[in-house]
Design a protein around this ligand. Structure first.
Ligand code: FAD
Length: 323
């Protein structure tokens, strides 16, 4: 039995929360399988990769090269596939983040193994990995098992809890692997206006629909989001109407999100919207129509005018959080 290898992600060299979550889950699986968790981090100027030891990693393979300072599909595929061919893990895990959705399908093709993508749970059965993934726009779940020596899956952000022991450091194994010829490179990354987490990784989201009426009104959602540390999202109707940017769209043709809290404001709950957010842990819906389909999926429903309710929620959260 080989080890579990987790493909780590970082932002400007700092290990991301999604990787801490995945390593924690991998450590649980490794305990059941009698194997160990290793991580590969690719980039330049990696900061304190050994901290992943606190989440259960034994070794962190670092490929630190200026050539891969910015993410590069070809370069990442080359170095991670070369590393896999050398260390021969039994299980290769990544995150279904924006980066993971770009990298993992290509990596699976390079390694010639199947990929269970966008999983919401990972477990073991008879010494093998079992990956649970949503199908039919999240209306059903399927358990996937693998044939062959390498089992590969990606996990949706926020599916697992990052469990830190508070101490311990992983062994750092520095690898000098050539990323090869990079035929396309990212020259510059222009940061968005917001410093909030990307929707796909956000732990809390406040989304607005067609009922917002215009872009200006999204301010009231932003105010609520600022108080509770959430990212603002939108339905496609709001995006198509020009009230919100495309990067804010949640749903089948937008982003798939998996927050702990999703507050849907003036969103009817069309199947294509639900496809992007139905695995949220707690769903709160605010809608003036008591028959709106979103209420069938919501854990908490507030029937009323969002323009009255959202400012009240903001004020109450502000009060409660300052106490
Ligand atoms: P509506 O359905 O118009 O709902 C507005 C809601 O606001 C209503 O329920 C109304 O009761 C409520 N409301 C009105 N005023 C107030 C108020 N003052 N206070 C409180 N509530 C109020 N949609 C997505 O969101 N994401 C996708 O990725 C997506 N992909 C699609 C892909 C395809 C191929 C297709 C065909 C459609 C897709 N759609 C997607 C569109 C989807 O079908 C719906 O049209 C869309 O989600 C509706 O957005 P909405 O809920 O904001 O608007």
């Amino acid at each position: 039995m080989g080890n579990i290898l987790v493909i780590g992600e970082h932002q400007d060299g700092k290990v991301k929360k999604v990787t801490q979550e995945l390593v924690s889950k991998a450590a649980e699986l490794a305990g059941q399988l009698g194997s160990e968790v290793d991580v590969v981090l690719v980039g330049h100027g990696l900061q304190n990769p050994g901290e992943l030891g606190q989440f259960g990693a034994k070794k962190v393979y670092t490929v630190d090269t200026p050539k891969l300072e910015k993410y590069n599909t070809e370069g990442y595929v080359k170095v991670i596939s070369d590393l896999c061919n050398e260390v021969k893990p039994s299980i290769l895990l990544g995150t279904a983040s924006t980066l993971g959705r770009d990298l993992l399908p290509r990596l699976s093709a390079r390694l010639n193994v199947g990929l269970a993508s966008d999983c919401t749970d990972l477990k073991t059965d008879g010494g093998k990995l079992v990956a649970t993934r949503p199908i039919y726009s999240g209306k059903a779940f399927v358990d996937v098992k693998f044939e062959g020596d390498l089992q590969m899956a990606s996990a949706r952000p926020n599916s697992f809890v990052a469990k830190s022991s508070g101490s311990g450091s992983a062994e750092i194994v520095s690898k000098d692997i050539d990323p090869g010829t990079l035929r396309a490179v990212i020259k510059e990354i222009v940061k968005g206006k917001s410093d909030k987490a990307d929707l796909t990784e956000a732990a809390r989201i406040v989304s607005g629909g067609r009922a917002m009426k215009n872009a200006e009104n999204f301010k009231i959602l932003q105010e609520l989001a600022d108080v509770i540390g959430a990212t603002v999202g939108a339905s496609r109707a709001a995006v198509d109407s020009g009230y919100a940017g495309h990067d804010m769209q949640v749903g089948q043709t937008g982003k798939v999100v998996n927050p702990n809290l999703y507050i849907a404001c003036g969103i009817s709950g069309a199947i294509q919207h639900l496809a992007g957010m139905r695995t949220s842990k707690v769903i709160v819906a605010i809608n003036k129509d008591p028959e709106a389909p979103i209420f069938t999926k919501a854990d908490y429903g507030i029937v009323g005018d969002l323009f009255q309710i959202v400012p009240l929620l903001t004020a109450e959260f502000k009060k409660a959080l300052s106490e």
